[in-house]
Design a protein around this ligand. Structure first.
Ligand code: C3B
Length: 822
């Protein structure tokens, strides 16, 4: 490792004076701004350009080193990279944050103000996209040769506002602000084919009469912490290829006159705003193929530049990770290149693919598993559909046949092509099956989830290939999610366990374990609690600014931030808040601590019930926050436009972390790890990584409640009627009736009907079943809060026990068990 190299590099070339000079130079010469005119936004851009220069220099050196070492590279293919703001993070990673602070101060500017001027690149929906960003950070930090490949969307995840409590979406044109991080690389552009047909000439398949679009790469430097390694995140932007017929477009009859054709620029225009739910649109399939085809062509070109035309070493040099099934079309794409362009026979091509590819499954939700109509793939990618059939034929008739001779039923069950249930239905391509068949390893993202992948999602694959399905528990980067977002706590940890080269928890998070020795220490508890209090004061100011709500830093800050989805059960939190409010109305002198319930969540624009839940929470918030009778004992805050930057402010200020999904539905969760790392106590079900968090912190230091995966299965088997629970729990009945009454939204009395119907008409996510246990868990939270020394002990143990959940550990697991790189 090159721990000190960057410090040397940065220190020798960029002390505060040099930095200030470079900032001035960029202000004047790159941006054309006079010093007197420059405000924080200009300073942000100028400093970003300075860091970009440094990043580019280090990227070049990283590339040379990798070329010399001829190492295996990993290519992380993902439709989403939710990187968040980059300037502060890059300054930290490069070891020049302090120098930058000083340089700015010398110029009369405050670095913190400057950093606030960066727009979040919102190139992802939620957990899956943020995980990809944490992984990029860890890959660079661990000096592993890696590229991230994705799409440079013009519009990221929509911006969210509330009107009358309802979610209103508007486009996120993040690139309209200047974005110095992406560097256009025309030399590496690619030409991609779509549509057309396949003919056979001299025994070879020829894909012709295609449309072509151009893929232009934008490179974002990815710095690692305390190392010279800077990797590349290469994001593709679609453009019209030369010769693309724009005339018909100009005449305004483009869509009609060339029906079925696409407008090239549209491909990378927008991120589909769905989390855990596929859009199923033709343009989405094209997006997937577009970025996959550009990336595969790009990595093959790199391989050939470095290794020549000999395919024998390809699998030794290349590992490709499929982040969910979104890039699954990479399997037939690589097959196509190997067979049609490189004259490699089918069986060899398939074995190369299987050495190169591996696939991460992020969800068990049946409706979230991607399937594409065979007709659509045939239309957009006719050659790929043929190759999928070839793979499927080989798989069923050689491999499945060997395992279950003569078992046609098994062949039907395992076929990559799903036959329609009803006559006249469509044949669908199961992208998850294609990914499993084309990969050497398939991983789930937490132990519980990976177990379910083996037993319920892919049991037959597990029987056929017992070593293929593995677990890699998710992780988060401690650089962004502790060091950067909670500097006071980072400093307390440094002061307590040291930061001298021997101890370096930022790169070896298990060293936090040493903090456990201080969990009972009153002096340490006091400092820990004071830091949380400071963070809460800062966050209260954010809430005041964004929502104009006053919250007290002495209250319990109870937080649920994540995408809005019924399985994540924000509605359970809501019902409980409504009940708390009613309890206070019944007895305003109730001896309870002040509590603030904080939400942040975007709902997919087409997801009706999710939007109803947002509306209901906002209406309840309005009622509760303005009711003087309850004497500020309860507040509800729904922060608009939740995103990475807000998460960085909320998480260090949280006392309670809500991780309350229906057991078996949240594959892992990663927010749960960030909260615990920052000393919040989890209230959660035994779902996803909560199980492993509980193992690490111990049952006494987490509030676990509710049905387990097995109990959920048993209940479904027995049969469940939500009305039974509703009729037997008076408090629950009262709040649901209140929700249904129209009282909270008089101008639209049926506004919350979709939510009420979903709860009483089936309650698929078992919200009502878990209600009482959840309410009881909250009573325990309150009882614990009333004993501060107990509370802070638990909080400290949480921070101290998060070593396992560093994304460095996840990446080392991938490197060892999947990529064969360590
Ligand atoms: C998410 C899952 O819902 C989370 O449980 C998990 O922690 C993350 O992925 C990362 O593994 N997920 C997502 O954000 N989008 C999907 N389409 C599927 C899963």
């Amino acid at each position: 490792m090159s721990a000190n190299k960057t410090e040397q590099y940065a220190a020798t070339t960029l002390d505060a004076d040099r930095l200030a000079q470079s900032i001035k130079r960029h202000l004047q010469q790159s941006l054309g701004v006079d010093l007197e005119e420059a405000g924080p936004a200009e300073y942000w851009e100028a400093l970003s350009l300075v860091v970009r220069e440094l990043g580019l220099d280090l990227i070049r050196k990283t590339r040379h080193k990798e070329r010399d070492e001829k190492a295996r590279r990993v290519y992380y293919l993902s439709l989403e990279f939710l990187v968040g703001r980059l300037l502060g993070n890059n300054l930290h990673n490069l070891g020049i944050y302090k120098q930058a602070e000083e340089a700015m101060a010398n110029l009369g500017v405050n670095l913190t103000d400057v950093l606030e001027h960066e727009t979040d690149p919102a190139l992802g929906n939620g957990g899956l996209g943020r995980l990809a960003a944490c992984f990029m950070d860890s890959l660079a930090t661990l000096d592993l040769p890696a590229f991230g490949y994705g799409i440079n969307y013009r519009f990221g995840l929509f911006k969210q506002d509330f009107a009358g409590g309802k979610q209103v979406e508007s486009p996120d044109g993040w690139r309209e602000e200047s974005c110095p991080w992406g560097i256009e690389r025309p030399k590496r552009k690619q030409l991609i084919k779509l549509y057309g047909r396949v003919s056979e000439r001299a025994g070879k398949a020829v894909w012709e009469d295609t449309q072509e679009i151009l893929g232009m790469p934008w490179d974002v430097p990815v710095t690692g912490y305390g190392t010279d390694t800077v990797n590349t995140l290469r994001l593709w932007e679609s453009r019209a290829a030369e010769g693309f017929d724009l005339s018909s477009f100009d005449e305004g009859r483009y869509q009609e006159s060339r029906s079925g054709e696409i407008q090239a620029e549209n491909v990378s225009q927008v991120l589909y705003p769905n989390d855990n739910h596929p859009a199923g649109k033709e343009l989405r399939l094209i997006q997937q193929y577009f970025f996959v085809a550009c990336s595969i062509a790009d990595l093959i070109a790199r391989y050939k530049r470095e290794n020549g035309d000999n395919w024998d070493d390809f699998a030794e040099k290349v590992a490709i990770q499929l982040n969910d099934t979104h890039p699954a079309i990479a399997v037939p794409e690589l097959m196509r290149i190997l067979m049609d362009e490189e004259d490699i026979v089918f069986s060899k091509a398939l074995s190369i693919c299987r050495e190169v590819f591996s696939y991460t499954n992020h969800t068990l939700l049946p409706e979230a598993l991607e399937k594409w109509p065979q007709n659509l793939i045939t239309k957009v990618l006719p050659r790929h559909m043929q190759i999928i059939h070839m793979i499927n034929y080989h798989f069923l008739h050689t491999e499945v046949e060997a395992q279950w001779p003569g078992d046609n039923n098994m062949k039907r069950r395992l076929s990559i092509i799903e036959e329609p249930e009803r006559p006249g239905g469509q044949q669908m391509v199961r992208m998850a099956y294609l990914s499993v068949v084309g990969s050497h390893k398939v991983n789930g993202v937490a132990a519980l989830h990976s177990g379910l992948v083996k037993t319920t999602l892919f049991p037959e694959f597990n029987e056929m290939w017992p070593d293929k399905l593995v677990n890699v528990t998710n992780g988060v980067t401690p650089r962004r999610w502790l060091d950067y977002c909670n500097p006071e706590l980072a400093k307390l940890i440094d002061d307590t366990i040291g930061n001298d080269g021997k101890v370096d928890w930022r790169r070896n998070l298990s060293q936090l374990d040493a903090i456990n020795a201080y969990a009972d220490d009153p002096a340490f508890q006091k400092k820990f609690a004071a830091i949380k209090h400071d963070n809460k004061i800062r966050f209260a100011a954010v809430v005041k600014e964004l929502c104009n709500i006053d919250i007290s830093p002495d209250a319990i800050f109870d937080v649920q931030i994540k995408r809005l989805h019924e399985y994540k059960r924000q509605q359970l939190n809501l019902l409980h808040i409504m009940a708390l409010y009613r309890r206070l109305l019944d007895n305003p002198d109730l001896d309870v601590p002040q509590r603030v319930f904080i939400f942040g969540a975007k709902a997919a624009p087409g997801y009706k019930v999710a939007k109803t839940i947002i509306h209901a929470i906002n209406r309840v918030a309005e009622r509760v926050n303005n009711d003087r009778r309850i004497k500020d004992k309860l507040k509800v805050v729904f922060l608009p436009n939740y995103r990475i930057t807000l998460a960085e402010k909320i998480i260090p200020a949280a006392d309670v972390s809500e991780q309350i999904s229906t057991a078996g539905f949240e594959a892992s969760g990663t927010g749960n790890m960030k909260f615990a790392l920052n000393g919040a106590l989890t209230v959660g079900t035994l779902d996803g990584a909560n199980v492993e968090i509980a193992e690490e912190v111990g049952d006494d230091n987490i509030f676990i409640y509710g049905l387990t995966v097995d109990e959920v299965a048993e209940l479904r088997h027995r049969g469940y009627n939500p009305k039974d629970v509703y009729n037997s729990n008076a408090e629950l009945k009262a709040v649901i009736d209140w929700l249904a009454s129209g009282d909270l939204c008089p101008e639209e009395p049926d506004a919350f009907r979709p939510l009420v119907d979903s709860l009483l008409g089936g309650d698929y996510f078992l919200t009502l079943v878990d209600y009482q246990a959840y309410s009881d868990a909250h009573d325990k939270i309150v009882a614990t809060w009333k004993k501060p020394e107990l509370w802070w002990k638990k909080a400290i143990i949480n921070t101290a026990s998060m070593g396992k959940f560093s994304s460095d550990r996840s990446i080392m697991d991938y490197a060892k068990t999947i990529w064969n790189m360590a």
